[in-house]
Design a protein. Sequence first.
Length: 487
Amino acid sequence: MSAPLTDSPSVPLLRMRGVCKRFDNVVALAGVALQVHRGEVHAICGENGAGKSTLMKIISGVYTPDEGEIHIDDRPTRIESLSHAQALGIVMIHQELNLVPHLTVAENIWLGREPRRGWFVDRARQYDGARDCLRRLGVDIDPDAEVSTLSIGQQQLVEIAKALSMQARLLIMDEPTSSLAEADAARLLQVVQDLKRAGVGIVYISHRLDELEHIVDRVTVLRDGHYIATRSWGETSINEIVGLMVGRELTQQFPPATRLPSAEVLLRVRGLRREGVFGPVEAGEIELAGERLTIRSPRDAIAAGIAYVSEDRKAHGLAVKMSVAHNITLANVGALANGLGFIDATRERETAESFIRQLDIRTPSPDQIARLLSGGNQQKVVIAKWLFRQARVILFDEPTRGIDVGAKYAIYELMDQLAAQGIGVVLISSDLPEVLGMSDRVAVFRQGELASVLETRRCTQQEVMHHASVGLTESSKPPLAALEPIL
Ligand code: ADP
Ligand code: MG
């Protein structure tokens, strides 16, 4: 046996070659190679379904590969399990949140590794340790707070704090910023820099190629389970990477604007008022196609034809454990009942198949469990559900968050098609190029008030930001009529 090589800087921390993984009839990885060095930030890029998460789950011991070699510190290693990976210093922050909702932040951070004092969990050390990790991240979250009370972004930060507490040598981050606000994402990137300086190897998956700019040393591109290329960041460009990812140059980010909005008002909202976060609307009116609506619950809205596609697909929107077919028909099973009131399974399947074709949902079959689809395809399933429910207005809340460039384009095309069919599309997005590329008009909110409504074709990103962040002077205020967002 050779001596441990752990500290030699020339030896890669991780080296893998010819890695293959199949799930039944799906080839998730077909001969993938990857090398990560100490102090290196290595990005993995690829469209949805490229095999990124599967590769990371192999490195972190969730899956064992069918074929291929893995060397850790130049030693052939079989990573047996998650805990074995952790013992090797490999920690993964998952794309799906894995926290236990009814435990506190501190309990989650130390879950399974609780500091002990005799027979008992040492609560003080647990609390202090959690607080230190959160502080290192620069976030203000109470270690005693129950996780279920936190926002998605905060939960993501707790996941990251948990990984920090494990003192990883190789840290794998799968879309770590996808649900973080701009400031938290920036802080996280700072932490990545610090870890890098401390010699930690970092594998980083992100769809936001722009955010990789300042932190990445090298990038490996996968496509459909195949290894495509590894480039050093200084010698490549975002265009080249995107080209490698999709196998073609992406010249257009958004579909061309071909349709004109109709003059007819579909949705009209006036004087809507609500103090605080919960509770009913206190004043104002909502009209759909000229008809006044009373909306007291999501059920009322759905019955009226208003659907909400949530930014948190997995918690709302999608029944992850159910099949694609059930998800599509879920909100309108009544339409599938036969004469006896039973659901007609053949019709359910035909309905699902027709939407799968129409929306180009990539799934091996209508029976596939929704959880196993890529993010972009899950989003399409949610949209199919509302189309089957005959929604007239669809509210999209950050619909492309955590979705790669190719799949984003497909969602954009779909939104355009919906609008062309006369469905009102409301897009909520913090991605300004997306807002400007996709909308006809932009309603800018600031501190709970509608600041202005802008004609998209006639304004720039800077103008929208300006309206969102600074007050308008009296004279530049648009006339009152323009303040009603009309669809
Ligand atoms: P990425 O993270 O790049 O989007 P994944 O690694 O999640 O890609 O998926 C690669 C392929 O493997 C996809 O076709 C996906 O549907 C499939 N896949 C991933 N996990 C499973 C699983 N547990 N069972 C069946 N198929 C899976
Ligand atoms: Mg993934």
